[in-house]
Design a protein around this ligand. Structure first.
Ligand code: KG4
Ligand code: ZN
Length: 335
């Protein structure tokens, strides 16, 4: 049956790390379905993501996640106009599963295929949050492997203007949580425990490099030495205080550079996105730092962490931009 109104439906696929996700998004803005299967339980006993297990689980779960996504959106393969899949950066074995399935579906359904840069996907999560949001914008993408400041002058164009020299913010949170014995996944656990702590009782250094560069490895070492000094005497309250001090240090460092980037690149719209954007202190402080200078958009928690709706949205706009790439797994390409 022909559709009366012309709308464009994108099927998104995300398998770059430990979430298997398929989504259907209308016109790059409206989420019709966004099915996410988290592998947290699979990796918990290892204290981190095991790439081989993750890739195999993506392969096993994808058919069911795909069926659910189509069913919840109440669409058939024939209704889909574009298949968008994360092509990188991420765990190569995991990316290959998503890209292979994307290529297979695109071929079987005779649909075009767009390869999406996962990080730009995180920025597009903000477009799903606010349908009126348009570039130019300044973005801070904070995930498990990246802490990037980006300028987005128009759809499909991104310029990284700042990044981390060593650890990413999410990686730093995960490692700190492990040192504090808070388990996996570390970021959300540290966020919770820090609420019971006082950052002034166990002060930690605030990393600060010149320009728009981040560095979190020194802070991590400072935490390690502090825990070593406390030794057996460490209490739960010490751990909560240290979690709060660590969180404050990372968050203030992230925002100091965002503040500087906004001074250097005045724009009306600022986006803070990626898994770490789920952090409660970052959400509160970002709103304070940006207030009165630009409009801040931070996606809701379920769109901060990895999901396929953001990949579908980015694919929709990327397919319309001249810089769109095919879906080969290539973590180094910018779209
Ligand atoms: O974007 P994401 O889901 O996956 C990657 O692309 O890496 O980000 C995952 C990262 C992990 O390091 C996780 O610990 C962190 O986001 N994270 C958080 C919180 N929720 C997730 N970090 C701090 N506070 C949170 N509430
Ligand atoms: Zn991510």
């Amino acid at each position: 049956m022909r559709r009366v109104q012309s709308r464009s439906l994108t099927l998104g696929i995300e398998t770059s790390c430990d979430e298997t996700s398929v989504a259907v998004v209308e016109d790059g803005r409206r989420v019709l379905s966004n099915v996410i299967h988290s592998q947290v339980d699979l990796h918990k006993e290892f204290g981190g993501v095991v790439p081989e297990l993750a890739a195999r689980d993506h392969l096993e779960r994808l058919p069911q996640v795909l069926d659910l996504a189509l069913g919840r959106a109440a669409v058939k393969p024939d209704d889909i106009d574009l298949v968008a899949v994360t092509r990188g950066p991420g765990l190569v074995g995991c990316l290959l599963v998503g890209v292979g399935v994307g290529e297979g579906l695109a071929a079987a359904w005779a649909k075009p295929l767009a390869g999406v840069n996962h990080l730009w996907g995180h920025i597009y999560a903000a477009m799903l949050t606010r349908p009126d949001l348009e570039p130019p914008l300044l973005g801070l993408v904070v995930s498990g492997a990246h802490s990037d400041l980006v300028r987005m002058p128009e759809h499909g164009r991104f310029e990284v203007i700042g990044r981390t020299r060593d650890d990413a913010a999410g990686e730093a949170f995960d490692k700190a949580a492990r040192m504090l014995g808070l388990g996996f996944p570390g970021g959300p656990a540290l966020d919770r425990v820090a609420r019971r702590g006082d950052p002034r009782r166990q002060r930690l250094p605030r990393p600060s490099l010149p320009g728009l560069e981040y560095s979190f490895s020194g802070l991590k070492t400072a935490l390690l030495y502090r825990l070593r000094d406390l030794g057996e005497a460490v209490t739960d309250q010490d751990r909560a205080d240290l979690a709060a001090a660590f969180e404050q240090s990372v968050v203030e460092s992230l925002l100091e550079k965002l503040d500087l980037a906004l001074d250097q690149n005045p724009v009306a719209e600022v986006v803070v996105a990626g898994g770490v954007a789920a952090n409660s202190l970052l959400r509160r402080r970002a709103a304070e730092v940006i207030a009165g200078r630009a409009r801040l958009t931070m996606p809701p928690l379920e769109l901060c962490t990895d999901n396929a709706a953001m990949i579908a949205a980015a694919g929709h706009y990327g397919a319309r931009s001249s810089s769109a790439q095919p879906a080969d797994v290539d973590p180094s390409l910018s779209w």
